[in-house]
Design a protein around this ligand. Structure first.
Ligand code: SAM
Length: 522
């Protein structure tokens, strides 16, 4: 890569072998030969356009001026644009027309090109990781292209909306001819995650229908080395209504060649739900037939406590009772030498090993300076009532005040800079059904009962939980969650091993919340 900019956005190029595979698999190469125009809207050093020219060369097809004029590229980084011209000249011996491969931003200032076919690989990057100036420029576009329901939608405040979804939406709407086809390598979160991409999965943007016609789930082929994101290759057609199931091709585990086996994908329970992938339509119908587990309204699954990047302030790995004062405990971690804090504010924090212990014993502890009845952060007077607590938190005030994120900052501006997120009255319930929500392949919730008066806490996105008032209630919830349907459903959502394995939103799809008298606990 010859780019001078230290931070080009998502600059991971498609290997020529795979660009050629995509052009042939989709019929884009043949369509171009027959007169279709083709655009790569985020073209990098032009892998798709160079693959097109190389395929022609391999088949001894003379590329005419009019064929070249049907190829278009847009790329933000000037160095990549120059690299493209140099590579086409050196490898294929062609002077590519300058006006057909331009240095511009496809979202902000690109020429209004409209092609019969779009093929490309947009940058994959969470909205929150974009540079601040760029974020401000593109934020209104998420709204304009219908990817968030309102301009202030909080989804943009969390980390899950992907710039790839915006580039796909914009190019489907503005850069594709009526009825045209578009094909992209993309993060599969667009199809498989709950939350941020629900609006995209309305399959209609700015009153324009678009249908996903096939999805290739590619990871085992290692097309993009060193990429942890689950990615695939999807084909869309503009002005066509979405039909289900969508043919869903899964890469053969033997990663030689380009083999895929066909399965089917469809949303369950509502049209814009994440797709469920099954070997046959009969399996999909069987999942669709699962009776949702009925739970009381208060039994909503939630993520664990979130320090917003200040784990070293709130989480400890050593804990002992103070022999002189039973109301105090001595805690420490790699950043803090042993210090005394009020016992009532320190809670056992679940760790991986707890899920396999017969009787879980804490290996970590978390400081929650929150009110145990309301779940709200303690008031300043309440924190100051504990000298040691006030002294400890004050020593970290600058750090805690500077934590990033809209939600934590709204508490900081109210003067509650010691707050955590993901803490509510439910955090202090005496029983919790907790499970590992992140990076797993199995689903084994278990009951955690209050330990020495302190409720177990899940750790942020690693653990999710449902709270319960009694052991009996917790055991009934746990038994209901262990129903094999749930694991079958999770496996069909293809998120095993990822951060999205059994997060609360995904599990909630199989739950229905009712007034207690109509629930499981009737
Ligand atoms: C994942 S790379 C793919 C490049 C090429 N399509 C390929 O498959 O090899 C994404 C490219 O998009 C460019 N890019 C990012 N945002 C862009 C934008 N808004 N407009 C145009 N290009 C953009 C990056 O500089 C990068 O070269």
């Amino acid at each position: 890569m010859t780019n001078q900019d230290p931070k080009p956005l998502g600059a991971i190029f498609t290997p020529l072998k795979w660009a050629k595979w995509a052009l042939q698999e989709t019929g884009a190469f043949q369509a171009w030969l027959e007169g279709a125009s083709v655009l790569d809207p985020t073209a990098g050093n032009g892998a798709f356009l160079r693959a097109m020219l190389e395929l022609a060369q391999e088949q001894n097809i003379l590329v005419s001026a009019s064929m070249l004029a049907r190829l278009h590229g847009v790329e933000r980084e000037a160095a990549f644009v120059e690299e493209f011209f140099a590579l086409v000249k050196a490898d294929i011996g062609i002077d590519f027309p300058r006006e057909h491969f331009v240095c511009a931003d496809i979202l902000l200032n690109a020429p209004p090109v409209q092609a019969d076919i779009i093929i490309g690989n947009p940058p994959w990057e969470n909205f929150t990781n974009l540079p601040t100036d760029y974020k401000n420029l593109v934020k209104p576009l998420f709204y304009e292209y219908g990817l968030v329901a309102s301009a202030g939608d909080v989804l943009l405040g969390n980390s899950r909306a992907d710039i790839a979804a915006l580039i796909i939406a914009k190019t489907l709407v503005k850069n594709l001819q009526k009825g045209g086809k578009a094909h992209y390598f993309l993060p599969l979160s667009i199809f498989l995650n709950d939350g941020a991409h629900e609006q995209f999965r309305s399959y209609r943007l700015q009153n324009i229908d678009f249908a996903v016609q096939s999805i290739y789930d590619c990871n085992p082929h290692h097309i993009f080395d060193g990429i942890a994101t689950r990615y695939g290759f999807a084909s869309f057609q503009r002005d066509v209504q979405q039909q289900f199931p969508i043919p869903y091709f899964i890469a053969d585990d033997i990663a030689n060649g380009t083999g895929f086996k066909q399965q089917t994908a469809q949303p369950m329970y509502r049209k814009n739900a994440p797709l469920t992938v099954t070997a046959t339509s009969a399996e999909a119908s069987s999942i669709q037939g699962f009776v949702k587990i009925s739970l009381p309204e208060k039994a909503k699954p939630r993520q664990g406590a979130n320090t917003c990047g200040a784990n070293d302030v709130f989480i400890f790995d050593q804990y002992e009772l103070d022999t002189e004062n039973p109301a105090m405990v001595r805690v420490s971690n790699a950043s803090n030498a042993p210090l005394l804090l009020p016992k009532q504010c320190i809670y056992p924090l679940t760790t991986k090993i707890n899920f396999s212990e017969t009787a879980p014993i804490p290996h970590k502890w978390i400081l929650l300076p929150h009110n145990t009845h309301t779940g709200k952060p303690l008031t300043e007077a309440e924190v100051q009532a504990h000298d040691a607590l006030w002294h400890y938190l004050s020593a970290h005030q600058e750090r805690l005040t500077a934590r990033k994120g809209t939600l934590i900052q709204s508490l900081v501006t109210k003067g509650l800079w010691w707050a955590l997120l993901g803490v509510g009255a439910y955090s202090f319930a005496p029983y919790k059904v907790l499970w590992e929500a992140f990076g797993q392949k199995t689903f084994t919730p278990r009951v955690f009962a209050t330990l020495a008066g302190q409720a177990w806490q899940g750790n942020q996105a690693l653990h999710a939980s449902i709270c319960a008032d009694s052991l009996e209630e917790a055991e009934r919830i746990c038994e209901a969650l262990r129903h094999p349907h749930i694991l079958t459903f999770l496996q069909s959502q293809r998120m095993d091993g990822t951060c999205n394995w059994a997060q609360p939103g995904r599990i909630s799809q199989l739950l229905s919340f009712t007034r207690e008298t109509e629930s499981l606990f009737e």
